[in-house]
Design a protein around this ligand. Sequence first.
Ligand code: PMP
Length: 395
Amino acid sequence: MSLFDKFKPLAERRAALAELEANPFNVVIERILSPTEAVVNGRHTILAGTNNYLGLTFDSRCIEAAQTALREEGTGTTGSRMANGTYAAHLALEQEFADFFDSPTAIVFSTGYMANLGILSTIAGPDDVILLDADCHASIYDACRMGSAEVIRFRHNDAGDLEKRLRRLGERASKTLIVVEGIYSMLGDLAPLEEIAAIKQRYGSWLLVDEAHSLGVLGQQGRGLAEAVGVEDQVDFVVGTFSKSLGSIGGFCVSHWPELEQVRYAMRPYIFSASSSPSLIASTRCALEILREGDELRSRLWENVHRLYEGLQSLGLALGPEPSPVVAAILEESIERALALWNRLLQRGVYVNLMLPPATPGGHCLLRCSISAAHSYQQIDVIVEAFAGLEIAAA
Ligand code: PMP
């Protein structure tokens, strides 16, 4: 008997994967060349699965800001925000997020995962309810497990099902926090946020939107889906990450409720983990400024999105329901065949994400692309050609 016995099935599955030329869960970027290119398995590869939506990881201004902070403030803070880990730059970034969202307050966390853990596990207490979309990210589920609220799921993107459950909750609806995402990371579909916000208002509930994949991507100013559909006033909390459009690591929460500030020192993931390093904060501040400067990168991203979505559609592939920076080809094939297809893409110099059930909607395997403003048209065309070579049966 060993503590490791329970991992045997996982180890066996991994051993089977090891026989493949490349294992989708153990890809090594041998050399990163740019936001969209790397050397993988000794081969020059186009990266089409990185969530680097604005391509800012190699922006010279962000790099310079990070280098300056590294030189002047050191490699790490070596402490949590509540102890020695709050530098002036952490506060400046919080102010910048507050300004960007026109909110009285913002809180910066070390990752987006921690932002969800901290906010959700603390805001909703034992008398409260969290009503979450079934397809929410693992960090939202983990936050629910960490907290003490009653947790209820509603069917993915089904506003009718959400309303039915709120109705059943009766008076408790006013102590219910609805949790949805702007863009869902599996199929790239958007939440029906106008409808959800209207229901939230009708029942006097609360609404949190995780804009991890929509920050910098949607909305005239890039604030996300709530901005794009004009319901920001009805959203109580926005959570987001720095690890996608902002090209670094960290997370944040903003709210039009000044009371959010009272929650800061009650959140264990905020109190008991070290704060982000000065260089990460510096590059994030710079990336946020670039994101706010204009919508040129956003326009470029959406041109690329449409080029890829239409290209894959013309091959007859089944895709997520609408074009978005996450474009997923939905496969009818077995896991073994999906693995083989993923490997063939890699052999053709295209890296995408392979997503397997049970993590995927409908139990399908997905070849999931994520598109960047930094992709060239030529790279998008190479990605489409690589898919064409797979000869997947049309949907
Ligand atoms: N929320 C969502 C919807 C996400 O997709 C992710 C990351 N994939 C996170 C939160 C966590 O973000 P981070 O990588 O900053 O921990």
